[in-house]
Structure formats: C-alpha cells, structure tokens
Design a protein around this ligand. Sequence first.
Ligand SMILES: [Zn+2]
Length: 247
Amino acid sequence: MTTAQGSQIQFGDTTIPYEIRRTPNRTSISVSVHPDGAVTVDAPMRTRKKHIAEAVQARQVWILNQQEHFRRLMRTGTKRFVSGESFLYLGRQYKLLVLGVKSDEPPNVRLFRGQIEVRIQTAADQESQVAFTRSILIDWYREKALRRLESLTTRYARNLGVEAESVRVREMKRRWGSAGQSGKVAYNWKIILAPKRLLEYVVAHEVCHLKHDDHSREFWRLLERAMPDYERRRLELAVNGPKYDFF
Ligand SMILES: [Zn+2]
C-alpha cells in the first residue's frame, strides 16, 4: 500500500508544493521532479514530515534547476535580434533598436533613452544581419561585464586580503565563474544580464575560492563574512539563472 499526501515548502519567494508517497519496504527518502514541474517525495512509511521537509529543503537548488530545465525544453522561439525585442542588462529589460549606418562608420552599441541602440552597416541578407547584430551585441555585453567584474573583484579581494592575478570573461556552460589557486578568476559574461546584487554574489563566491578551492565549511563561512546575505542571493541566482542564458 502506498499513501499519498500533499505538502509544500517555501524557497525564497517561490512556493513549491510536493507530494509525499509512503511505501512499505522503502528505507530512504528520494525526491524527484517530473517534466510538468511536479515534485514527489518517496519516503519510508514512518518518516516524520519534518524529516521529509528537511530532505526537500536540502535539494532546493537542484529542484529549481530541474524545473527550469524542463521549462526550457518546453519553451520555443529564440531571439531574432531585431528592433523592438527586449534584452536584459543588469536585471532590467531594454528594447533593442537596430539602426543601419553608412559603410565607413564603425559599428557601435550604447544605452540610450532606455534602449540598447545598435548601429551597424546593413547586411546583404537577413541572416547575416542577425548574425552581425548578435555578435556586436555580445561584444558589447562582454566588455561591460569585464569592466564591472574587474572592479568588483578588486573590491571583494581587497576586503578579504587576497589578490586576483587576472580577471577574464568567457562563455561558460552551466556555471557563472571559476577561480584557481593560481589567482586566475574567470566569469561567464552572461552574468551581466542579471541584477548587480547577483554579479556581486558571483564575484564574492569566486574571490572566496582564492582562499578555499572547495565548498568546505570554511569556504561558506568566509563567504558569509564577505556577504552576510549570500544565501538569499545564491537562491535568487539558482531560480533566475536560466533566464540569463538565452544567447
Ligand atoms: Zn564555488
């Protein structure tokens, strides 16, 4: 006999309901996320609800990632890089404005009157135009990201008494930054799409890795010292992170 029971848990601003299924002969708790986003917890018959809630709590970031992963699979349509489309920058949405310029004018991107204005030469066909706009826009994001991340890294490193040997931006899959004991720090440029408080979180996190290259208790303790509300920001990045990964 299996008995089902509903419950829910609060993750920051998000409420996640889950179904508890109790099965005889089961000895451990297992959490699963279904393609429709539903969460079920299989538990031994007599496990207390409090222990089940703790097990769900411990997997909160994983659950949110799984749900977003399934949502992304369902989502269709990508950016077309044309005027009128919205693009994120530091957590805000801006309309894109693509303007054709004379052939001797260098391409240029700027934030102007609440829009991201891209000035480029008109390409012969639509496909090249999109590719060109996209690459000019990415160059602009990367440059902005590098400038912000460099100064944040210097600031957090100074506060913790460490030094970053070099700061780079790269394209990364499923991560926001990396740091080696050699002092080299790299960031995923796409973090520039997120609000500043999340850039700060990623920087503080990587700078702490200059002291501890693992996720040990000492590491988290140091991060808490550098950023007392890091847990909230970490959760926010886990929930919204996939939104910043559309390129
Ligand atoms: Zn880390």
